[in-house]
Design a protein around this ligand. Structure first.
Ligand code: ACO
Length: 323
């Protein structure tokens, strides 16, 4: 049996930083309101001419360098994104070409903010089935391009960025037997479409559209559904919350993250937070947070990491990873 071992991780943030105060000059909001309600202090915004595939490429190259692997060793490349460069082809095939990966398959996965967990689950299942040896899983977004900058209730919440992991098929032995992705758990409920969606697309309007959200509804669903899927992930592995070394949550709202932390009795030191600096980068948020905590040495080999996310669909999920 193959396990998906985490062998590389990478991150990329566009250079330009926009603070809450800067936003407050353009729209009717304040730094205080944004920080109190969400924990967000600033966000990165992609430059003109800088696309999702550019962000994804940087994060992917970083992950490959960490793993010491060449692009032609990768046989599966998945990009989780809601903001593809073009309607088609997939952003993944563009990244594939620019990385110099010539074999295997590349495709996008669309599950909005839960996209990275979905892509991770797909890659893990390919590896377990013996159909991939090295899988690059990337979450990349230029989410600020689909915001309505007149709607202060949504435009302050999001940012741009990309994160990536490389998963390698390994048959662990001895102390390494239980390292890798332990399990992934995906759910969706299409009845909740109206809570969070984009009001356009190729088939309906022929335009790209903008984000529409009923914040309170999303908040309510997030707390309940994330709690349930975390319980499911722990139970599936005969683990309890006390076994978790690190919670790496989707960075949408500090209050949702604190709610999860308290519900599972986790101390603040076990939660990886970057929402203050990144805001909500949708599919990029979990791999960005993971890469940050891997890079600064917080997460160590052998640690048990819980990943979770929820977003439009509604779609949500969780994964457990032994690093
Ligand atoms: N600045 C100042 N005031 C604002 C702003 C703003 N940027 N945005 C909204 N307000 C005002 C509203 O107009 C409203 O004013 P009113 O009472 O006079 O009508 C007031 O603040 C309260 O608005 P609510 O929307 O009720 O505020 P709430 O406390 O629910 O906070 C928030 C809003 C932060 C969006 C919250 O609902 C939330 O975080 N929900 C989760 C949604 C989320 O995280 N979505 C991200 C995508 S999905 C995901 O990734 C999970």
């Amino acid at each position: 049996v193959y396990r998906s071992r985490l062998t590389g991780w990478g991150a990329y943030l566009p250079a330009r930083i926009v603070t809450n105060d800067e936003l407050a000059k353009r729209i009717d909001t304040t730094d205080e309101w944004i920080v109190q309600r969400t924990g967000i202090r600033q966000r990165h915004i992609a430059a003109e001419g800088e696309f999702t595939s550019d962000l994804a490429l940087h994060a992917a190259a970083d992950a490959l360098a960490k793993a010491g692997k060449a692009a032609d060793e990768v046989d599966l490349l998945i990009v989780a994104t809601t903001t593809p460069d073009e309607t088609f082809p997939s952003t993944a095939t563009k990244v594939q070409a620019r990385l110099g990966m010539t074999r295997g398959a590349a495709f996008d996965v669309q599950a909005v903010c839960a996209g990275f967990i979905y892509a991770l689950a797909v890659a893990d299942n390919f590896i377990r089935a013996g159909q991939a040896k090295n899988a690059l899983v990337i979450g990349a977004e230029t989410f600020t391009r689909i915001l309505d900058w007149e709607d202060r209730a949504t435009c302050v919440l999001f940012g741009d960025g990309a994160g990536a992991v490389l998963l390698t098929a390994e048959q662990g032995t001895g102390a390494n037997t239980d390292r890798g992705i332990l399990s992934t758990h995906l759910h969706s409920d299409g009845r909740e479409h109206d809570a969070l969606y984009v009001d356009g697309g190729p088939s309906m309007t022929g335009t790209v559209g903008q984000v529409r959200m009923v914040g309170r509804e999303v908040y309510k669903h997030a707390v309940v559904k994330l709690g349930t899927v975390i319980e499911e992930a722990l139970a599936a592995n005969n683990l309890t919350a006390a076994d978790i070394d690190w919670l790496v949550p989707h960075q949408a709202n500090r209050r949702i993250i604190d709610g999860m932390r308290q519900r599972f009795g986790l101390p603040e030191e076990k939660v990886v937070l970057c929402i203050d600096r990144h805001a909500n980068t949708s599919a990029a948020s979990v791999p960005l947070a993971l890469a940050e905590a891997m890079n600064d040495g917080r997460i160590q080999q052998g640690d048990l990491v819980l990943l979770e996310a929820i977003g439009g669909g509604l779609a949500w999920g969780a994964g457990l990873l032994r690093v």
